[in-house]
Design a protein around this ligand. Structure first.
Ligand SMILES: [Zn+2]
Length: 392
């Protein structure tokens, strides 16, 4: 133990450095609490100057501010299972981002009023024009809200960014009415056991790295009863619904199983990522060999960046680069224009390489519709073959 910092969850002085993110620009080290198993990054600096958008495969990835929109349907689904959306509810949207949740929730809840909190003025304006919606452009920790004001608190991929999630959850509890609902969504460490990671998962934007167990424990300690735990099959996100019921309690119990699970996850991730980075050169070579034909890459994000940065792929070999979302925020990647999906018809590729993990199936379906003659190859197939070749 080389730190005097205490664990955010169990308050024990049991933090041990376990991993450093590749390419960290904030100089963060990921620590494991040897008592409760919570993974947390030190130092807890959450006020770093805002950086330009970086679609990098390394730890500096971020500031594109578009990912939360993919989670809105899940949050609305969870809310509709536990709340009457036609009721005149007061809603707090923490980290409202580009307003995806605010927009869709307010359309579904005609009698609700919403307070959106978003510190990034560049994106916060997205909620300005919405009816029954007020915006405070600030960090949630800096906003003083009235106690027992809200029926619902929605927080999507925000809690992992704050310096003290326990304090923020305690404040969510305070501002909720008795029996008020918390809908909380955060990235899951379960993804660390994926076999095909090449991008750095421990990014500088995230100070806490929750498993279902550590997140549920922190939420319960804040005085909530969890009424819908995270879906065990979702390896990327922890979406839970909790109700304000009891009182906050200290949660100091040891959890040796969680400690060993977290340790195993980080070790598996480090091993797999190293093997995949070694295999990326073979992936780049395989795509380069295809380039006597017209090759398009679909997916301009972190995997594409890793292919070039770590795999040495020459982007000039491509006939085009497509991304359904990223082009709106980053018009160019590695010297290539990022085209929207419709552009694929004019490019008329022979081969489409799908550089996405989460949306690979969805993208392949779209390619079959828009470019029915193109051969489709996925990142998953390429990295799988390359790893076998490297191991042989
Ligand atoms: Zn702990």
């Amino acid at each position: 133990m080389n730190t005097c910092e205490r664990c955010e969850l169990c308050q024990q002085a049991a933090l041990e450095p376990i991993y450093r993110g590749a390419g960290t620009v904030r100089d963060l080290t990921i620590h494991l609490c040897r008592h409760c198993g919570l993974l947390q990054s030190l130092p807890r600096i959450d006020q770093a100057p805002r950086r330009a958008a970086a679609a990098s495969g390394a730890a500096d990835w971020g500031n594109i501010r578009y990912g939360k929109g993919f989670r809105t349907a899940h949050a609305l689904g969870a809310l509709s299972r536990h709340a009457d959306l036609s009721a005149p509810a007061q809603v707090l949207d923490v980290g409202s981002n580009r307003g995806s949740f605010a927009r869709q929730f307010m359309a579904a809840a005609p009698n609700a009023s919403l307070l959106a909190i978003e510190p990034d003025a560049r994106v916060a304006d997205c909620v300005q024009e919405l009816d029954r919606t007020e915006l405070i452009c600030a960090r949630i920790e800096d906003v003083a809200l009235q106690s027992e004001r809200f029926d619902i608190v929605h927080s999507c991929h925000t809690i992992e960014h704050v310096a003290s999630p326990a304090k923020v959850l305690a404040d969510h509890w305070r501002v909720l009415k008795p029996q008020g609902l918390l809908v909380l969504d955060a990235p899951s460490t379960a993804i660390l056991e994926s076999e095909d990671m090449v991008e750095e998962w421990f990014i500088d934007k995230h100070l806490y790295h929750f498993s279902a167990r550590t997140l549920m424990r922190m939420v319960s300690a804040a005085g909530f009863e969890i009424i819908e735990p995270p879906e065990p099959g979702d390896r990327e996100n922890l979406l839970l619904v909790a109700v304000k019921s009891g009182r906050p309690t200290a949660s100091t119990t040891a959890d040796p199983r969680e400690v060993s699970d977290a340790e195993r996850r980080v070790a598996t991730y480090g091993r797999n990522r190293a093997a995949n980075l070694a295999a990326l050169t073979a992936v780049a070579t395989e795509i380069a060999h295809l380039s006597t034909r017209r090759v398009v890459i679909w997916g301009a994000g972190r995997l594409f960046d890793a292919l070039i940065t770590f795999g040495g792929f020459a982007p000039s070999l491509l006939a085009g680069l497509i991304d359904a979302h990223l082009g709106a925020h980053l018009p160019q990647r590695h010297g290539l224009k990022v085209h929207p999906p419709e552009a694929i018809t004019a490019i008329a590729p022979d081969v489409v390489v799908v550089m996405s993990r989460t949306f690979a199936g969805e993208i392949a379906d779209t390619v079959r519709r828009l470019a029915p003659n193109a051969e489709i190859i996925t990142y998953g197939e390429l990295i799988g073959r390359a790893r076998l070749a490297v191991a042989a």
